[in-house]
Every structure is written in structure tokens, then in C-alpha cells.
Design a protein around this ligand. Structure first.
Ligand code: CP
Length: 315
């Protein structure tokens, strides 16, 4: 692959390759050394047009730990404010010869469009409601480590599915790896036609969580609700918030996940989020660095091979 734009473009073998390399990087990150050389000589530019804590910090750490020169563009202070377009901004940065461009944007498809205009590897750090591929990969690695496998599991993804790129990337990845995916949430927050992805849909936590190996909670993405249906937090927590009573419907050893940012007392009870016997939320954050190291390492290898091929052709 030239870019990492979405899980939809990845073959199960490629997913496994990324996860296997990320597993090696978990060991490196936990060692005193922490640093490798896979991105030495490479320039990585992070362009975040939307807020981020986890994704931006972990991409920055991942690049630095592998030896890249990393620049975080302060998009709020860029010339976009003076009317420059996304594409002109990308072309301007492209002229500075970056090797890796990490992009988060509020519009679905914006990162794909940008990837067509530049001659470096582009990684999608989340585009609108479309995809968040590195989140799904880090979730997959967390599940594989906790459950010992990434197939034939029952995974319940609960909450605001309609506005979630995390849900979309996860359901595609988990389906490709032959898991049973259930989507649980109010009908008003369920995308139309989602059953076409081979998932089961529930509007009741008891039925949706029964026998689940993994319970993945999502926040209400109010910023994408466009003035449509916004449930009251109290009512929402009562019906769909994960507490001890609802978690008891899942398997006794079911793990609890959340991509963050979390709204305690809305989609998840703080006590469940902090329960180290059930919650793997902090491990998800740790896996984020390792997965992003692996994704950039593999893309950099492809980029070097492509450039060498082009150089030989030009002789
Ligand atoms: N999960 C996730 O994308 O978190 P951030 O918005 O903090 O990057």
C-alpha cells in the first residue's frame, strides 16, 4: 500500500502484518531503549484540522521513537484562516518534501482527496464519519492481546454508531477477521442500511450484550449531530450507559473498551472505566503508539522501494 486511508482497503493478511509488527513495538516501547531507526532520515508532518489528544500525541511519539523529523502543523494558526484551500495547503507542504503526512479532517473523504495530490505516504488520522483506521488497528491489537485471538469473537459496539468513524473502521476490520459484530444503540443513532455490512443491530443493551466477549463503548458525537436528535444525558445513561448491571449481560470475562475521549456518567460509568479487571482503555492508548509505529514503518518501507524503482527507471 502507498497510503493508509481506511480499513476498507486492507486485506486480512495486511492487517495481521501490521499487528505483528506493532506487537514487536510494544516490547520496544516497554524497554529502557524505546527507540528504533526505521524512520531515520524521514520527515513526518502531522496536520490535525480537528481536536485530538490520543491520536496526535501517539503519532508524534511514534515518529520520534523511530527517528523521523516530526513537525506538528498548528492548523488553527495556518493560512487556512486567510482563505487558502486544503489542497493548496497540502501542495505547499508537499513542496517541502515530507515522507509521511498524517491528516485528521472533519470532512469524510478529505484525506483520500489530499493523498491524490501529494507524493508521500498519507495516513488517515480520522476523516469525518468515514474512517479512523489506526484506531481500529489499535483496538484489534488490544483485543488480540486480551483474548489471545482476533477471530470468532462476539464484539458489541455500543452507542452513537451513526456519527462514528471508529465504529465504521472497527466493524469493517472485525468483519474481515471473521468476528460476529453487534451494533447496539438507539435507532436514531444507527446508520441506515448498516446491516449490509453483515452486522446485527440491537436497540436494547441486554439483548446486544448477551454472550459478548468484547464491549466497546462510544461517546455521543454531538459535534456531528447537526441540530438533529440529541438525547438527554440522564435518559441515555439509563438505557445505554454501561454500568455493572448491564456489563453482567456479557460474558464474565468480557473486556470493556472505549476509544476516548470518554464522557463518564453518559455512555460509561466511571467505576467500570477504571475497573482494571475489565477495562482495557489504558492499554488501548498504549497500543496506539505501537500500531502507529508499525503503520509508518511499513509505509516507509514501501515508499523507499517505490523511490528506488523510480530512480532505477530514470537511469
Ligand atoms: N480516539 C481518538 O481518536 O482520540 P483523540 O480524538 O483524542 O485523538
Amino acid at each position: 500500500q502507498d497510503h493508509l486511508l481506511g480499513i476498507e482497503h486492507l486485506h486480512p493478511v495486511e492487517i495481521t502484518t501490521i499487528l505483528d509488527l506493532a506487537q514487536d513495538y510494544v516490547g520496544l516501547n516497554r524497554s529502557a531503549e524505546k527507540h528504533g531507526r526505521a524512520l531515520e532520515g524521514m520527515t513526518q508532518i502531522n496536520m490535525f484540522f480537528e481536536n485530538s489528544t490520543r491520536t496526535q500525541a501517539s503519532f508524534e511519539l511514534a515518529g520520534k521513537r523511530l527517528g523521523a523529523d516530526v513537525m506538528n502543523m498548528a492548523m488553527a494558526h495556518s493560512s487556512l484562516k486567510k482563505g487558502e484551500t486544503l489542497i493548496d495547503t497540502a501542495l505547499t507542504l508537499n513542496a517541502m518534501h515530507p515522507d509521511l503526512l498524517v491528516v485528521r479532517h472533519g470532512n469524510s473523504g478529505a484525506v483520500d482527496l489530499l493523498a491524490q495530490k501529494v507524493n508521500c505516504a498519507v495516513l488517515n488520522a480520522g476523516d469525518g464519519k468515514h474512517e479512523h483506521p489506526t484506531q481500529a488497528l489499535l483496538d484489534a491489537l488490544t483485543i488480540r492481546r486480551a483474548k489471545g485471538r482476533l477471530h470468532r469473537l462476539t464484539v458489541a459496539i455500543c452507542g452513537d454508531i451513526a456519527h462514528s468513524r471508529v465504529a465504521r473502521s472497527n466493524l469493517i476490520l472485525l468483519g474481515k477477521m471473521e468476528n460476529r459484530v453487534r451494533l447496539v444503540g438507539p435507532g436514531t443513532l444507527m446508520p441506515k442500511g448498516v446491516e449490509d455490512f453483515g452486522v446485527e443491530v440491537f436497540d436494547d443493551m441486554k439483548a446486544g450484550l448477551e454472550g459478548a466477549d468484547v464491549v466497546m463503548m462510544l461517546r455521543l458525537q454531538r459535534e456531528r449531530m447537526d441540530g438533529g436528535f440529541v438525547p438527554s444525558e440522564r435518559e441515555y445513561f439509563h438505557r445505554f450507559g454501561l454500568d455493572a448491571e448491564k456489563l453482567a449481560y456479557a460474558k464474565p470475562d468480557a473486556i470493556v473498551m472505549h476509544p476516548g475521549p470518554m464522557n463518564r456518567g453518559v455512555e460509561i460509568d466511571g467505576a467500570i472505566a477504571d475497573d482494571i479487571n475489565r477495562s482495557v482503555i489504558q492499554e488501548q492508548v498504549e497500543m496506539g503508539v505501537a500500531v502507529r509505529m508499525a503503520a509508518m514503518d511499513l509505509l516507509a518501507q514501501n515508499l523507499r522501494r517505490r523511490r528506488e524503482r523510480d530512480r532505477l527507471r530514470s537511469i
